[in-house]
Design a protein around this ligand. Structure first.
Ligand code: SF4
Length: 216
């Protein structure tokens, strides 16, 4: 797998599919542990990321690192990338055509890494997976999209501009391991019934009784 991810990184480095190729210093394929259950997807590289060719290395990166450490992980234990791999000039928002042009790179990264959860950072990343939603409404929540778990988060930089969001981000991040643990539990096969325990009370024998709601 790493070889093929390296192939994608090489393609991103040489990519000229959209006009951002003309203004970038470096493209930013992403970095981290490709075997991690967690794939973090931001919006686009900024000044520092463009200069270094690495994702989330500036102030927003420091915030992201602290949030990841807050759930008991190190940055090296997750993979981090963006929906757009080259910096939009003056840090403007990525345009729909740029997101579309770059989407093939991200799709192939996801297919290769097959993460247990994709954590979107910011509204552009969220809307790439969950169109039409508002980050202020669904931040911290998990959704199943095309068989994958998507967890929507505010962009870490939001807490630099609105300090009140720092606690919200930390609280939302705490959902991440819980959502993945719940998904693993659902995926485990149910234990076989014990044929000896015929006297056990079946509290859910009525097929019409409500089932526990899923987290999604
Ligand atoms: S933003 Fe994506 S599609 Fe555009 S040049 Fe960079 S790698 Fe290619």
């Amino acid at each position: 797998m790493p070889d093929r991810l390296a192939d994608i990184a090489a393609e991103v480095t040489a990519c000229t599919r959209c006009p951002l190729a003309e203004t970038r210093t470096n493209s930013v394929p992403g970095n981290g542990d490709p075997t991690s259950p967690y794939l973090f997807v931001g919006e686009a590289p900024g000044f520092n990321e463009d200069a270094q060719g690495l994702p989330f290395v500036g102030n927003a990166g420091n915030v992201l690192n602290r949030l990841i450490e807050g759930i008991g992980l190190q940055r090296e234990e997750v993979f981090v990338t963006n929906i757009v791999k080259c910096r939009p000039p003056d840090n403007r928002d990525p345009e729909p055509a740029e997101i579309e042009a770059c989407s093939g790179h991200l799709r192939r990264q996801i297919e290769l890494m097959d993460p247990e959860a994709i954590i979107t950072l910011g509204r552009f990343s969220m809307n790439h997976f969950i169109p039409g939603e508002r980050i202020s409404r669904i931040h911290g929540s998990s959704h199943e999209v095309d068989g994958r778990i998507i967890i929507a988060m505010y962009h870490p930089a939001a807490s630099l501009h609105q300090p009140g969001l720092a606690d919200t981000l930390a609280e939302d991040f705490r959902q991440i391991p819980e959502v993945v643990a719940a998904a693993r539990a659902r995926a485990e096969p149910a234990p076989s019934p014990d044929p000896e325990s015929t006297t056990a009370t079946d509290t859910n024998s009525d097929p019409d009784s409500p089932r526990q709601l899923s987290l999604f």
